[in-house]
Design a protein around this ligand. Structure first.
Ligand SMILES: *[C@@H]1O[C@H](CO)[C@@H](O)[C@H](O)[C@H]1NC(C)=O
Ligand SMILES: *[C@@H]1O[C@H](CO)[C@@H](O)[C@H](O)[C@H]1NC(C)=O
Ligand SMILES: *[C@@H]1O[C@H](CO)[C@@H](O)[C@H](O)[C@H]1NC(C)=O
Ligand SMILES: *[C@@H]1O[C@H](CO)[C@@H](O)[C@H](O)[C@H]1NC(C)=O
Ligand SMILES: *[C@@H]1O[C@H](CO)[C@@H](O)[C@H](O)[C@H]1NC(C)=O
Length: 387
């Protein structure tokens, strides 16, 4: 005798009961689907359309942590790979950031319209007293620059939403002059700026720096330069080669040892060279400690070894050492005059793209907070911006 066939739904029922889970009769589940699940699905669908609509419009929801990711990548387009980070206050560690920043496309031609930008990287302790001057300098040049601000971690910048510095602060750590922590801060600025694919030239500035020309002149000068501007020289005295430690060989030899100014300007290629370096970093961290001031030697030396032919060996940031001593002159309200600014501008003679040029400096330091008023006044006539 044949055993009565057990329907498959009975099997399922038994299985479900055996596992202790609720089992719904087909009719009941159908009703439940219509009454509850369908409306929920409809609502969810409606919400995702709504969410997509808002993301398309680029309306920024306040983002807390990384829980909410804008879903533009749903389109599957190129946009997701070329969009700069919307929030500079990311949660990457330095190690993660440097790794991410070292990515370089191997196809040299960009398959989209890329307007190269200047990245202005401000390394400051706290406030930017000369910011009114910079605001006027940048005005009208949107899309051709980006601004980054590294302060001591305790300082929270408070710029209003119409400022070029608004929400441009990057995650920072304590940095001290003459220590590796200063180079770390500079690397952090470069790495954050590299995350924006449009940034092509990277300028390190301090809170006491001012622009000497209008934005267009700066832009042309840097974009058309074959070389990166970093002051580099071979000082054979006690404050140059005298600081070399033979333990740095063979990575760094005495003849390769260089000294230079901290306030550099580099192109994207050299920015990556700096960010990805671990070889020279280890040597300098171990063997260049006070009285070897690492921020005067690390970048000039490693860039000379890696890319000497790309260096102008001079800085575009003017500074006055003529008063002597360990620190350059600082200029305040009473120093600022037409004659003073003309003195910085005129009578210069330097090499630009292997040719003589009278335009040698695009920025200058050091300027005290009190200088901002006379500078704003003289800027339209003498610096070419801020009318
Ligand atoms: C930040 O700036 C705003 C507007 O300028 C001001 O109202 C607020 O008190 C400032 N906050 C701090 C902490 O300085
Ligand atoms: C700077 O250059 C841009 C684009 O080339 C131009 O639109 C603008 O008028 C220039 N500004 C000045 C002050 O020359
Ligand atoms: C800068 O100096 C290096 C040697 O340190 C040299 O190879 C390079 O050609 C110099 N750059 C220019 C523009 O002269
Ligand atoms: C700049 O200096 C070079 C020599 O270093 C000289 O040949 C040239 O004529 C000078 N140019 C000006 C404008 O003084
Ligand atoms: C130097 O400048 C002159 C005039 O501006 C130009 O004719 C010449 O081609 C330039 N030389 C080089 C090597 O760029």
């Amino acid at each position: 005798m044949m055993q009565p066939r057990v329907s498959s739904s009975d099997n399922v029922k038994e299985l479900a009961q055996a596992r202790g889970s609720a089992y719904l009769q087909p009719r009941a589940s159908h009703r439940l689907f219509l009454k509850i699940i369908l409306p929920v699905l409809a609502l969810a669908g409606g919400f995702s359309v709504f969410a997509m609509y808002f993301t398309r419009l680029q309306i920024g929801f306040p983002v807390v942590g990384t829980a909410f990711q804008p879903c533009v990548e749903d389109t599957g387009g190129l946009e997701q790979w070329i969009r700069p980070p919307s929030d500079l206050m990311h949660s990457m560690s330095d190690e993660e950031l440097l790794w991410r920043a070292s990515w370089v496309p191997q196809v040299k031609r960009y398959p989209f319209k890329r307007v190269p930008k200047l990245a202005f990287m401000f390394l400051t302790r706290g406030p930017l007293p000369l910011s009114p001057l910079w605001e006027r300098y940048f005005r009208g040049n949107e899309g051709r620059y980006s601004v980054y601000l590294h302060t001591q971690p305790s300082y929270k910048a408070n710029f209003t939403s119409n400022s070029v510095f608004y929400r441009r602060q990057i995650p920072s750590k304590v940095s001290e002059w003459g220590q590796m922590s200063m180079c770390d801060a500079e690397k952090r600025l470069l790495a954050n700026a590299l995350l924006d694919l449009s940034n092509e030239r990277f300028i390190l500035l301090s809170e006491s720096c001012i622009p000497l020309s209008n934005f267009n002149i700066t832009y042309q000068y840097l974009m058309k330069s074959k070389y990166s501007f970093i002051g580099v020289y071979d000082d054979r005295g006690p404050y140059g080669r005298g600081r070399y430690n033979p333990n740095m060989a063979p990575e760094v030899n005495l003849e390769q040892w260089r000294k230079g100014s901290q306030w550099f300007e580099v192109n994207r290629k050299l920015a990556v060279t700096i960010v990805k370096d671990t070889t020279y970093y280890q040597k300098f961290e171990r063997f260049c400690r006070p009285h070897c001031y690492v921020d005067e030697h690390y970048f000039p030396t490693m860039l000379t070894i890696e890319s000497a032919h790309r260096l102008a060996n001079r800085s575009v940031t003017w500074v006055d050492w003529s008063r002597g001593g360990a620190h350059p002159a600082t200029f305040g309200r009473s120093d600022i005059s037409e004659a003073f600014l003309k003195r910085i501008h005129d009578g210069q003679n330097c090499s630009y793209n292997d040719n003589h040029s009278s335009l040698c400096f695009l920025f200058a330091r050091k300027f005290a907070p009190s200088s901002v008023e006379p500078l704003l006044e003289l800027a339209p006539a003498l610096l070419g911006f801020g009318l």
